[in-house]
Ligand binder design. Structure first.
Ligand SMILES: NC(=O)c1ccc[n+]([C@@H]2O[C@H](COP(=O)([O-])OP(=O)(O)OC[C@H]3O[C@@H](n4cnc5c(N)ncnc54)[C@H](OP(=O)(O)O)[C@@H]3O)[C@@H](O)[C@H]2O)c1
Length: 274
C-alpha cells in the first residue's frame, strides 16, 4: 500500500483497449493505484466488462472523466483522437495533466485540438511487453509540465516496465524502434520456426526451441554490459554452423533490410502525425 500515489489522486482513461488495460493492470499489480481510484470511458461493451472485472469505475460520458481525476490518460487509436478529444475541450484546462500514448500525435496537435496552448501534456510511446510488465516507454514533456507531473508519469509507466526520456522530435524514432519493435522480434521468431519445420522439426518442437532461445538470449543480453556483437561473436566459431548462417544473412544484406524497414516505420509515424 505504501506505493499508492496519493489517496486523493485518481486516474482517468479515455479508451480501454490493449494498451490502456496493460497499463492499468500494471498499476494495480504494483499497488500504485487502488481500483477505486481508476475511471475509464470506452464505448465498447466488452472493454467496459473488462474494466468491471478489475473493479475499476466505468463512466457513461467522457466529460465525467475530468470530474473524477485531474490526470487523463489518452489511449484511443490515432484515427479516433479527434472525435474522442474534441467533446472534452470545454472541460480540460491547465489544471489537468494529459498523458497520451497515441502513436504519431504530437503535443502541439493535442493543444490545437483542445484549443489551449498552456496544457500540461506528457507524450509517450510504450510497447506491448507492457502486458507482462516488461515494456519500455519513452516520455517527452510539454514545457508546462512540472517536476511532479514528470515523476507521476514515470511512476505510471515504470509499473509496466522501464522508461526513458527523449525530446519530442525523437518520439517517432522510438515508435519505429521499440513501439513496433516487438513485431520485428515476433517476425524473426516466425522465420526461425518455419526454418526448423522446413528441415523436419514438428511445429511444437520448433516453437519450443525458438521461444526459449529468444527468452534465454534476451536474459543473457540483460544480464551484463556486453554489447550484442560481443555476445554474437561468442556463439560464432570460425568455420562453424553459426558463421555459415550469419554469412548468408550478410550476403543478403539483412542489416540494411532491417535498417530500411525501421526507417520506413519512422516515415510512416511522421506521416500519421500530419
Ligand atoms: N498496441 C501497441 O503496440 C501500442 C504501442 C504503443 C502505443 N500504442 C498506442 O496506444 C493507443 C491504443 O492502442 P491499443 O492497441 O490499446 O488500441 P485498442 O485496443 O483498439 O484500444 C482503443 C480503445 O479505444 C476505444 N475507443 C474508440 N473510440 C473511443 C472514444 N471516443 N472514447 C473512448 N474510447 C474510444 C476503442 O473502442 P472500439 O474498439 O469500439 O473502437 C478501443 O476499446 C493507440 O493510439 C496506439 O497508437 C499502441
Amino acid at each position: 500500500m505504501s506505493n499508492i500515489i496519493k489517496q486523493s489522486e485518481n486516474l482517468s482513461l479515455l479508451g480501454f483497449g490493449n494498451m490502456g488495460q496493460a497499463i492499468v493492470k500494471g498499476l494495480l499489480r504494483k499497488n500504485i493505484f487502488l481500483p477505486s481510484q481508476i475511471y475509464i470511458f470506452d464505448p465498447a461493451d466488452e472493454k467496459q466488462q473488462d474494466a468491471m472485472k478489475l473493479g475499476i469505475q466505468v463512466l457513461r460520458n467522457p466529460d465525467e472523466l475530468l470530474k473524477k481525476a485531474h490526470t487523463l490518460l489518452i489511449a484511443v487509436k490515432p484515427q479516433m483522437i479527434q472525435s474522442a478529444l474534441v467533446p472534452l475541450s470545454s472541460v480540460i484546462n491547465k489544471d489537468n495533466l494529459i498523458i497520451s500514448i497515441v502513436a504519431g500525435i504530437s503535443i502541439r496537435y493535442i493543444k490545437d485540438l483542445l484549443k489551449n496552448m498552456e496544457l500540461r501534456i506528457v507524450r509517450t510511446m510504450p510497447n506491448t511487453p507492457a502486458l507482462v510488465g516488461e515494456g519500455i516507454t519513452a516520455l517527452s514533456y510539454s514545457r508546462e509540465c512540472t517536476e511532479q507531473d514528470k515523476s507521476f508519469a514515470h511512476q505510471i509507466f515504470q509499473s509496466v516496465g522501464k522508461t526513458v526520456v527523449v525530446p519530442e522530435e525523437q518520439i517517432d524514432i522510438v515508435t519505429a524502434v521499440s513501439g513496433s519493435g516487438p513485431a520485428y522480434f515476433f517476425y524473426l521468431c516466425e522465420c526461425m520456426i518455419d526454418a526448423g519445420k522446413s528441415l523436419g522439426l514438428s511445429e511444437e518442437t520448433a516453437m519450443a526451441l525458438v521461444r526459449q532461445t529468444f527468452y534465454g538470449s534476451g536474459t543473457l543480453l540483460m544480464s551484463g554490459d556486453d554489447l550484442p556483437e560481443i555476445l554474437r561473436a561468442r556463439v560464432t566459431s570460425k568455420g562453424g554452423t553459426t558463421e555459415s548462417a550469419l554469412k548468408t544473412m550478410e550476403a543478403r544484406n539483412m542489416k540494411s533490410i532491417v535498417i530500411e524497414a525501421i526507417q520506413s516505420a519512422y516515415h510512416r509515424a511522421q506521416e500519421l502525425g500530419k
